[in-house]
Design a protein around this ligand. Structure first.
Ligand code: PMP
Length: 355
C-alpha cells in the first residue's frame, strides 16, 4: 500500500436512481414530476441574457430567497437555498450535527442520511420503523445529537401527522430537528409554520418533485434566523457561489406561478389515488402513500422479477435490494397514460405467469 493511500477518506457513496437516456421509455424510478415546469419558467428561460453568465451569480441568491420568503410568509433571514435539497441537507449535517451523541433517523428512510453521517463522521442510531413501516415518535425521546426524518417518509410514502412531528420537536428542544419535506406538497400537512414557535426546527424542501425542476437542482430550508445564519457561515466556508444564475432566476419564476403548481400537484394526487385502486386489483399491497410514489409488494410474484420484467419493457421503477425492502417496488406517479402502460403490462405479465 502506498503511504498516501492511508490518508484517503473512505466512503461508501449513495447510489442515485438510474437516469436512462432516450425517448421511448417510461421513467418511474426517481420520483420526478411528469409535467413540465410552470409556463413562467419557460418565459424566464427565453428571456435570459447569456451575457449575464460572464459574472458570478449573487452568492446570497437574493431573488430566489425573497420569492420563497414571500411565498411562505417568513423573513428572508429565515430561508437558506442550496443546490438541491441534497446540498441543503449535507450542509445541515455539517452545521448542526457535531455532537458526540448519536444523530437519530429511521432505519428505513432516505438512504443518503447514513452516507452523510459516515462522510462527516457523526455517530448515529437508526430506530426501527414499526411493523406497518410507521415512525414511532417515542423512539426519538432519548438523548441525541440531532434528529432527521422525511415527512412523508421515503421510500414508504407514509405521512406522520403534524401533532406527532411537533411532539418530536417539542421533546427535543436541545437538539436540531430537521424535517425533510421533499414530498409534502402531495397531500401532507407541513411543519413549516411551526418554525415560528420552535427555534430548533429546520424544514427542508425541494423543487425536484412538486415543482418539476429536478434538473435545475434547487432546494431550501426554512427555520429560525439563528439556524439560517449558522448554515450561511458553513456555506461561505465551503463554496460561496453554490447556486448558478439560471437556477436562481428560474426558481424564483416557478415560485411566482402558484396556480400552475397547484394544478399539477392535484393531477398527480388524483393519478396516485387511482393508481392505488389499480395496484390493489393487480394483487399489490402498499403503505398508504401521501407522496408522488407508491411502495408496493405483490402477493405472489417477487419484486426482483417484476423489476427485471418491467425494465425489459423500458419501464423503469426503483428496486432496493435490502432486507425488509426487497420485496417492494417504488413506483413514481407518472402521467395517467404512463401509469396505464404500466398497469397494462403488469396485467398481461401477471396473467401469463398464472397460467
Ligand atoms: N430527501 C428525500 C427524502 C428524497 O427522496 C430526495 C430525492 N432523492 C431528496 C431529499 C433530494 O432531492 P433533491 O436533491 O433533488 O432536492
Amino acid at each position: 500500500m502506498k503511504g498516501w493511500e492511508a490518508n484517503i477518506r473512505k466512503v461508501v457513496p449513495y447510489v442515485p436512481g438510474e437516469q436512462p437516456q432516450g425517448d421511448r421509455l417510461i421513467k418511474l424510478n426517481t420520483n420526478e414530476n411528469p409535467y413540465p415546469p410552470a409556463p413562467g419558467v419557460e418565459k424566464a428561460l427565453r428571456e435570459m441574457d447569456p451575457d449575464r453568465f460572464r459574472k458570478y451569480p449573487d452568492p446570497a441568491s437574493a431573488e430566489l430567497v425573497e420569492a420563497l420568503a414571500d411565498y411562505h410568509g417568513v423573513g428572508a433571514d429565515q430561508v437558506f437555498v442550496g443546490v438541491g435539497s441534497d446540498d441543503v441537507i449535507a450542509m445541515s449535517f455539517l452545521t448542526f450535527f457535531n455532537s458526540e451523541k448519536p444523530v437519530l433517523f429511521p432505519d428505513v428512510t432516505y438512504s443518503f442520511y447514513k452516507v452523510w453521517a459516515e462522510l462527516f463522521q457523526v455517530p448515529y442510531e437508526t430506530p426501527a420503523l414499526d411493523g406497518a413501516f410507521g415512525i414511532c415518535p417515542e423512539d426519538y425521546r432519548k438523548e441525541n445529537g440531532g434528529i432527521i426524518f422525511p415527512n412523508p417518509n421515503a421510500p414508504t410514502g407514509l405521512l406522520l401527522p403534524l401533532d406527532q412531528v411537533e411532539a418530536i420537536v417539542r421533546e427535543n428542544r436541545d437538539s436540531i430537528v430537521i424535517v425533510d419535506e421533499a414530498y409534502i406538497d402531495f397531500g401532507g400537512v407541513s411543519a413549516l409554520p411551526l418554525t415560528a414557535r420552535y427555534d430548533n426546527l429546520l424544514v427542508v424542501r425541494t423543487f425536484s418533485k412538486s415543482r418539476s425542476m429536478a434538473g435545475l437542482r434547487i432546494g431550501y430550508a426554512v427555520g429560525d434566523p439563528a439556524l439560517i445564519g449558522a448554515l450561511q457561515d458553513v456555506k461561505y466556508s465551503y463554496n460561496s457561489y453554490t447556486m448558478n444564475l439560471p437556477s436562481q432566476i428560474l426558481g424564483a419564476a416557478a415560485v411566482r406561478d402558484e396556480a400552475y403548481f397547484r394544478s399539477t400537484v392535484e393531477r398527480i394526487i388524483e393519478t396516485r389515488e387511482w393508481a392505488k385502486e389499480e395496484l390493489g386489483k393487480l394483487g399489490f399491497s402498499f403503505p398508504d402513500s401521501m407522496a408522488n410514489f407508491i411502495f408496493a409488494a405483490h402477493e405472489s410474484v417477487p419484486a426482483a422479477e417484476l423489476y427485471e420484467a418491467l425494465r425489459a419493457e423500458k419501464i423503469y421503477v426503483r428496486y432496493f435490494k435490502q432486507p425488509r425492502l426487497d420485496n417492494y417496488l417504488r413506483i413514481s406517479i407518472g402521467t395517467r397514460e404512463e401509469m396505464e402502460a404500466l398497469f397494462g403490462f403488469l396485467g398481461r405479465y401477471l396473467g401469463e405467469r398464472k397460467r
